[in-house]
Design a protein around this ligand. Structure first.
Ligand SMILES: [Zn+2]
Length: 255
């Protein structure tokens, strides 16, 4: 059996996620945006928290850590470069390390760009990626303390994962992302259909924070900087994808 996944809203637009190993019952919260929302999700599922997997040290991902630790005695896993958050963690991790949630094994990738200390967790045997604020549904993180080239490389690495890989993202910016994506890639039929899905889900207050690599390759402009249509959209026909990516991200920053 693969991992069980439960998503729920935290704060304004953060996505809370619980990842559970059904064999052992071990259960990890992805980041700690909001202790109360995580506690409510645990009550609804009946799952017991064993771990908290931190992707990066922005406040809206770590503010609930202390309260979760006190309440559940969970192990906190954090990137080695995350400063105070790393100092307070039980397990610090770097590129290439493997951590386990019960029997579920995740490899650590260092993915700076959104910020310098960002990591993602790749459960390779389960085709699951916890992407934090690197990749969003039809979007990607802003550059806050990282740099564009690093973010581009991180996204290229994620793009190379198998198509069936499921991706849990850190925020539900999906509708705004889809609207921007359609501006940048107006002749993409898969994207037009997905904008409709995002509108329907937003209208129904249905969280949209789980995607796949195949869907993102088809619709996410930040994974499509190699496509001539995207280069043309930013006036950079014939330019390398790094430059197209940066121009797309700067355009989105203004919106
Ligand atoms: Zn962030």
């Amino acid at each position: 059996m693969g991992p069980q996944i439960h998503l729920f809203r935290c704060l304004e637009d953060n996505i809370g996620a619980l990842i559970r190993d059904s064999e052992s019952g071990a259960c990890a919260a992805v980041d700690a945006p909001d202790e109360a929302a995580i506690t409510q999700a645990l009550a609804e599922t009946g799952w017991e928290l064993s771990d908290c997997l931190v992707t990066h040290s922005h406040w809206d991902h770590v503010q609930g850590i202390e309260a979760l630790k006190q309440r559940y005695g969970c192990r906190v896993v954090a990137p080695a470069s995350a400063g105070d958050v790393a100092e307070a963690a039980d397990t610090i991790v770097r590129e290439g390390d493997t951590i386990c949630v019960g029997e579920l094994a995740a490899r650590i990738w260092e993915t700076p760009g959104h910020c310098a200390d960002h990591i993602v967790y790749h459960f390779h045997a389960d085709d699951l990626l916890l992407a934090g604020d690197v990749l969003f549904v039809m979007g990607c993180g802003r550059v806050f303390g990282g740099d564009y080239d690093s973010l581009f490389r991180a996204l290229e690495r994620i793009r190379a994962l198998p198509d069936a890989t499921r991706v849990v993202v850190g925020h539900d910016y999906t509708l705004a992302n889809a609207r921007f994506a359609v501006k940048a890639d107006p002749h993409n039929a898969a994207l037009a259909a997905r904008l409709e899905e995002a509108e329907a889900r937003a209208a129904g207050k249905d969280l949209f924070g789980l995607t796949t690599i195949a869907e993102e390759k088809a619709t996410n402009p930040f994974l499509r900087a190699h496509e001539p249509a995207l280069a043309e959209a930013v006036g950079l026909a014939g330019s390398p994808p790094e430059a197209v990516f940066r121009a797309l991200r700067e355009w989105k920053n203004k919106g």
